[in-house]
Design a protein around this ligand. Structure first.
Ligand code: PLP
Length: 435
């Protein structure tokens, strides 16, 4: 990989050659970070390069840790829409609010961006089996991407994983292991199995290449904001070449939900990459949103103390991570960005799902958590009303129908009657519904 310089341990600084097959630091067990040769990238990747590329994550391949000419996944990953959300903005008290709906990826979550890197790298390395543990979305995403590439997958999930995610796994033909225990237990068993059988490891917190895939969400946000502010059709995420020379624009704030911490760390890396290659001249402030019942990353930042495990007590299963595997990277990213931490209750998460729903966007609980935090930050006066703010919806509502039913309970029961016009008129009257 000409574009990658090396991998460096974020704890002890040990450096590894780009091609070396290592996941975590061999000296201290710390998490690695991929460093790029930005001078080389600048020589082969310009805004003109982008002009006639499809709007998928591979649009930015010079910024990704894959060999030139690698076989890419055939699924359309990335290129999700960025919506200007005027009505929601009014409710939140934000004049320039945008929603990036990443629930519209092939397996319906942002995790596809990481899984795509995993399967491309696994295939390139000549491996035929990939594996991970996950609260659900990384799992279904890896299974789908593996299926698309003709790879086998072994997936470990905690037994509480929602049915929508499990059925995806089965449909994609994964070997599914439901572990009696929590996410931590599933993670531990998967690590032992991966070690024993030598599968490709898609545990994002361990494999430093994966959050590099997640960073493409920031690259898209900046390019789509640039397009939106100049009136181009790229803003709505319509795929296809012919956008002309793109402009990039960095938001003031980006709000996203945090579990293991790979997503927010990847998000930050994307904005830093754009800055490093001279496409942009500023960086956003991150808003790290966690559930009040499971907020170890935000708690560590607030208290200035090391990360301590917490119970996993929230409806937002995708971010119910009591022992964040990439907490250090996340904390560093939030601090570097002079970010804000916000904890939200399950009630606030459910309200945020209804709010998104009222604009035609369906997010799973963790998918709507970012917006819940942004709302709280705006209402608490932590961010100014004229800030350019983006909230990332990280997963689709159909992933977790039981969660969505809890959010919908407050919206009332459907009318249930025989096919009789008189009864319909009567029922409308009783419920004060204007036909
Ligand atoms: C995984 C996930 C997150 C959080 O990402 P981390 O890397 O674990 O912090 C948020 N929302 C959804 C829907 C997810 O699947």
């Amino acid at each position: 990989m000409r574009n990658v310089l090396k991998a460096v341990c974020i704890s002890c600084g040990a450096a590894y050659e780009a091609g070396e097959h290592t996941y975590t630091c061999q000296h201290c067990g710390g998490v690695l970070e991929i460093l790029y040769d930005y001078d080389y990238i600048k020589s082969v990747f310009t805004k003109e390069t982008l002009a006639d590329r499809d709007f998928t994550m591979w649009r930015y391949r010079e910024l990704l840790p894959i060999e030139e000419g690698s076989e890419l996944t055939p699924l359309r990953i990335g290129g999700s829409p960025l919506y200007r959300a005027e009505r929601l903005g009014k409710i939140l008290g934000l004049k320039k609010l945008y929603i990036k709906d990443d629930g519209l990826n092939p397996t319906s979550s942002l995790k596809d961006r990481a899984s795509a890197i995993a399967v491309v790298r696994a295939k390139q390395a000549g491996m035929d089996t990939v594996a991970c543990s996950s609260t659900g979305n990384a799992a279904s995403s890896l299974a789908g991407n593996a299926a698309a590439m003709g790879l086998r997958s072994f997936i470990f999930v905690p037994e509480r994983a929602p049915a929508g995610k499990l059925v995806q796994l089965l449909m994609f033909g994964a070997n599914l292991v439901s572990v009696k225990g929590n996410y931590e237990d599933a993670f531990r068993l998967s690590a032992q199995a991966i070690e024993k059988w030598g599968w490709y490891n898609r545990n994002a917190a361990v494999n430093p290449y994966l959050s590099e895939g997640k960073k493409t969400v920031s690259l898209e946000i900046a390019e789509q904001l640039g397009a939106a502010l100049s009136g181009s059709r790229l803003a709505s995420g319509k795929p296809g070449p012919g956008f002309g020379k793109p402009e990039f624009r960095v938001p003031d704030y980006v709000a996203v939900s945090v579990g293991d911490g790979c997503t927010i760390a990847g998000l930050w890396k994307g904005f830093k990459d754009l800055y490093a290659i001279g496409f942009t001249n500023k960086l956003p402030r991150l808003i790290s949103v966690q559930a009040a019942g499971c907020c170890p990353v935000n708690r560590a930042i607030k208290s200035g103390k090391p990360l301590e495990p917490m119970e996993e007590n929230t409806i937002a299963d995708s971010i119910a991570v009591g022992t964040p595997r990439n907490g250090e990277k996340a904390i560093r990213a939030i601090r570097e960005s002079e970010g804000i931490t916000v904890n939200v209750s399950d009630q606030e998460i459910l309200a945020s799902m209804r709010l998104l729903g009222s604009s035609g966007i369906f997010g799973e609980p963790a998918g709507a958590t970012g917006l819940a935090g942004l709302r709280k930050a705006a209402e608490g006066g932590l961010i100014p009303e004229d800030a350019l703010a983006v909230s990332v919806v990280t997963g689709n509502g159909l992933k977790d129908v039981a969660g969505a039913q809890k959010a919908a309970a407050e919206l009332g029961q459907p009318i249930s009657i025989p096919a009789d016009m008189e009864l319909l008129v009567e029922e409308f009257g009783r419920r004060n519904i204007r036909p």
